[in-house]
Design a binder for this molecule. Sequence first.
Ligand SMILES: [Zn+2]
Length: 253
Amino acid sequence: MYELVESHAHLDEIEDIIQTLADARQSNISAIVAVGTSLTSNKKILKLSQEHKGLIYPSLGLHPWNIGDLDFEQNIDFIKHNIDRSTGIGEIGLDYSKGVKERADKALQKSVFRELLELGNKHNKPAIIHSRYSWQNCLDIARETKIKKAVFHWYTGPLDILKEIVTQGYYISASPAVEYHPEHRKAIKEVPLEKLLLETDSPVIYHRGTGLEYRSKPADLVRTLRGVSELKNIDESTVAQITTNNARYIFNI
Ligand SMILES: [Zn+2]
């Protein structure tokens, strides 16, 4: 039997955490990286990781969606003060979709992203990067800061940038959208298994607007596993074993 590592979940946004964790264990998930997105979220995941040591690993971050709405300096300060308790730095990154840029322009997003990457690098933490419509800028800034380990989560960008990500030694993660999302499927087909992690981005809703719609939880990692296995034509236990090793290496868990 295999074990799985859930590399990206917003546990602070999930209501019935006890049942959720029981379901995750039932699905052979032995570790969950809980990503923070704001001050409130970072505090919550630190608390959750205290209560569930050895299962939940907190990664403190500031999501680009929140930069425009929050006191970002206060957020960065909290991360700085608690970085030693954090498994990684993230969720951080850039988002160039219109609604996000209106709240925090590119220049502001980049400066916050750079500062957090530098912090992560200084403390030898891996970065968990949100790179929607900003793939090349995210890669360039990650390189410039010389951060050693980085995961481009739920990657949907062009394949030439994906190749650069892989050449740089960075990773991408597959989400349950691997079942149907054309760009994500192309990326997952292309990426070598040695550079891949599995995630759910819970509680994101998948298959939105179709009869298959569902709100995800970490146990849905088995959907990601199955989707990757089918797409790459590699058996599930091999995908599980290699992606779990990748995650344990990156997050040092
Ligand atoms: Zn996320």
